[in-house]
Design a protein around this ligand. Structure first.
Ligand code: GLU
Length: 425
């Protein structure tokens, strides 16, 4: 039996990797080491058991978390996930990655993450609302537009944010839309936020291909994930004429070497509920998730959960480069192998930063009581994320290191500089 990968250990190893690169930037090595030590621990860990009475009268309790990792660069920022496999260490890793992600795109936030250990598919909408509202009640003293700003993540959405907003505002007795991002448009959400992570991923992909002078029409893609991130990434890639040969959700996926029509698949997915069902009801060919990762494609896009690419399957992966749209899909041992095989990997904290970037635009709009057009949101997203890619590309070329190393180097340096300025170290 394989030992499950601990995402937080993985995250700390990613941090250690950039320490040698930072040595030249700080004269006071002891100070640097103190900063790194601080960065290996979250600032605040908030936990609470939530009790829920189901509609059938049975009582259940669910463990919930909010981990505020680092706020040297600005208020804590990060999503909330509802999933049966959530663990404290997973949330720690995800909150660390949020701190890195916000520094990568240079937006004035720190990082945090929240979660509840719950399979939301087992609850009905009323039960889900009651559970979410209890969680919001617990979080109220610890969040706010200048303190910690939650957003959606796996299995949460605008509706979940709306329930949380309601509780927070009731308890504070004033409106405060800038406390949450990813809200429904009707409650102060931003145009373009829902699809921003996918859209941003395509901008990063285009910037990467341009830098390598690769014609996008010549590459084949396989995408793992058909949730908010996977679907929108696929949709924008399809609109931009990329050839997607396989895509999957939790049930498995479909494959067509001539290219899939994402619009048609979306309709079939809505009709049949999952891609396995789509394949059994139509003539789409089925593919297991495991096999999708090992297809002979040019680009592999993991867009589901952590630890999809590990030491166990890395040698079977045939893609020429990888774009991480999920958070933490590649373990650090797999990363080392990719590095020695000279396979480029564009890391999560850059590739999927479009979501939090548009969250930042939503927060600005809410603070100003003003609405941007979709066109403005998309233009500013493209500008911000393409600039972030350019900054990292410069470091990659100058230091001859991987994209992950360059991204972490730049972000960790920005965070440490803020910690030093504040006199925290
Ligand atoms: N959950 C998203 C992420 O992992 C978005 C976070 C946010 O907008 O705060 O990047």
């Amino acid at each position: 039996m394989l030992k499950p990968v601990n995402s937080f250990e993985n995250a700390k190893r990613q941090l250690d990797l950039v320490v040698p690169l930072l040595l030249n930037d700080y004269q006071d090595k002891k100070r640097l080491n103190r900063a790194i030590r601080l960065l290996k621990k979250p600032q605040n860990i908030l936990k609470k058991k939530l009790n829920l009475k189901l509609d059938n009268g049975k009582k259940r309790s669910y463990q919930s978390f909010r981990i505020q990792y680092n706020d040297a660069r600005g208020p804590f920022k990060g999503g909330i996930r509802f999933h049966q496999n959530v663990t404290e260490d997973e949330i720690k890793a995800l909150s660390f990655w949020m701190s890195i992600k916000c520094a990568v795109v240079n937006i004035p936030y720190g990082g945090s993450k929240g979660g509840i250990i719950v399979d939301p598919t087992k609850l009905n909408l009323r039960e889900l609302e009651r559970l979410t509202k209890q969680y919001a009640n617990f979080l109220t003293p610890y969040i706010g537009p200048w303190r910690d700003i939650p957003a959606p993540d796996v299995n949460t959405n605008g509706q979940v944010m709306a329930w949380m907003l309601e509780i927070f505002e009731k308890r504070k007795r004033h409106h405060s839309p800038a406390t949450f991002t990813g809200k429904p448009i009707e409650l102060g959400g931003s145009e373009g936020r829902e699809e921003a992570t996918g859209r941003g991923g395509v901008y990063i992909l285009q910037a990467y291909l341009k830098s390598k002078k690769i014609n996008h029409k010549k590459i084949k893609l396989a995408i793992q994930g058909f949730g908010n991130v996977g679907y929108w990434f696929a949709k924008f890639a399809f609109n931009a004429d990329f050839k997607i040969v396989a895509i999957s959700d939790v049930s498995g996926g479909v494959i067509n070497t001539a290219g899939l029509n994402i619009d048609e698949l979306k309709k079939l997915h809505a009709k049949f509920g999952c891609l396995k069902e789509v394949s059994s009801m139509t003539n789409y060919k089925f593919i297991e998730n495991k096999d999708l990762l090992e297809l002979p494609v040019d680009l592999l896009v993991p867009a589901a959960l952590e630890n999809a690419i590990t030491k166990e399957n890395i040698n079977k992966i045939k893609a020429k480069f990888i774009l991480e749209m999920a958070n933490g899909p590649t373990t650090s041992d797999a990363d080392e192998i990719l590095k020695s095989n000279k396979i480029d990997l564009i890391p999560d904290v850059l590739a999927n930063s479009g979501g939090v970037t548009v969250s930042y635009f939503e927060w600005i709009q809410n603070l100003h009581g003003y609405k941007w057009t979709k066109e403005r949101v998309n233009n500013e997203l493209k500008e911000t994320i393409t600039k972030a890619f350019g900054d990292i590309q410069e470091v990659v070329l100058e230091k001859k290191i991987t994209y992950r190393e360059a991204t972490f180097y730049l972000a960790v340096k920005r965070i440490i500089d803020a910690m030093i300025l504040r006199g925290r170290v």
